[in-house]
Design a protein around this ligand. Structure first.
Ligand SMILES: NC(=[NH2+])NCCC[C@H](N)C(=O)O
Ligand SMILES: [Mn+2]
Ligand SMILES: [Mn+2]
Length: 323
């Protein structure tokens, strides 16, 4: 059978097709090293030229370049109660915040490559400062909405959503004074959830946040789920959409090299379909691809598989659609 590539030709918020590729080689939000190598692996796999082939002009920003991440990681005093590395996470996310905001204000689409998901404290707050009307689609096995009071692990990659929403602000480590929460509960929807902590479930319920777990994907099918998710956060189809994509949303069968894999996830096609569908609305305006950790793979094939999935998520979001 003949296959051809068709291009989604209208990105409403980015008609001139410019991307700022923001590299966030950061591992301070969780305990497993290696996730900071994610961005380099995606670049080595040809991400930048793949995006250019889709008609995007790309430039690279490295906002963490001047940070002594290794030094910060060694600082044993960087704790706040049970919370690990608040200083390191705050410093990095503030720089990422600035980079994403600047990229968006220059009318380029910020594509941030992680790194662990704590960097979304910066990507979401930065993007929403530039685009206050935006909405957020969080693709993940986890809700990442633990607060300083509910987190059991103390890992900040499990907390970014609570920070950008300003939950439990009274308990924040002082380092986050710079952060102005700007995400409302009716502007976020989740897809792919299957490992949500007890405290997180209560928050989702109390705030009435739109959340589709794997149960809903099985029940309604991925097409209907994406439709319902977008309808909830973008009813008039006129808001810029930020997609924050944790690769562990996809089943470990396809994505092995990630820090907190959870079985029974999205198939690869379901995972790619989500971003294809957002691309088709023309509203995609910011994207994060996070939590690829090449050093957790059992073999080289697993590394390549995971890195390829990361690149495919970006390509599908940015207009590659297989017919
Ligand atoms: N971005 C992630 N992979 N997050 C995993 C979070 C796991 C757990 N809920 C925690 O708070 O520690
Ligand atoms: Mn996750
Ligand atoms: Mn996550």
């Amino acid at each position: 059978m003949q296959t051809s590539i068709c291009f989604v030709d209208s990105y409403k918020f980015h008609p001139s097709r410019k991307i700022t590729l923001i590299l966030a080689p950061f591992d301070g939000g969780q305990p497993k090293s290696g996730v900071e190598e994610g961005p380099q692996h995606l670049l080595d796999a040809g991400l930048q030229s793949q995006l250019e082939e889709l008609g995007w002009t790309t430039s690279i920003d490295e906002p963490l370049k001047d940070l002594d991440l290794l030094g910060l990681k060694k600082d044993a005093s960087d704790v706040h109660g049970i919370v690990k590395r608040p200083n390191m996470v705050s410093l990095a996310s503030q720089r990422i915040h600035d980079a994403v905001k600047t990229a968006a204000l220059k009318n380029t689409l910020p594509l941030t490559i992680g790194g662990d998901h704590s960097i979304a404290i910066g990507t979401v707050s930065g993007f929403f400062e530039a685009q206050p009307d935006a909405c957020l689609l969080w693709i993940d096995a986890h809700a990442d909405i633990n607060t300083i009071s509910t987190t059991e692990s103390g890992n900040l990659h499990g907390c970014p959503v609570s920070f950008v929403m300003g939950l439990d602000k009274e308990s924040w480590p002082p380092h986050f004074k710079w952060l102005r929460p700007n995400l409302r509960a009716d502007r976020i929807a989740y897809i792919g959830l299957r490992d949500v902590d007890k405290g997180e479930k209560k928050i989702l319920k109390d705030l009435g946040i739109t959340a589709f777990s794997m149960y809903h994907v099985d029940k309604y099918g991925i097409g209907k789920v994406v439709e319902m998710a977008l309808k909830a956060i973008n009813p008039e189809n006129n808001r810029p959409v930020h997609v924050s994509y944790d690769v562990d949303a996809i089943d470990p069968l396809f994505v092995q090299a990630t820090g907190t894999p959870v079985k029974d996830g999205l198939t690869l096609r379901e995972g790619l379909f989500i971003v294809e569908e957002v691309a088709a609305t023309g509203n995609l305006a910011a994207l994060d691809v996070v939590e690829t950790n090449p050093s957790l793979a059992l073999n080289e094939t697993h590394v390549l598989d995971t890195v390829r999935v990361g690149c495919a998520i970006a390509r599908c979001a940015l207009g590659e659609t297989l017919l």
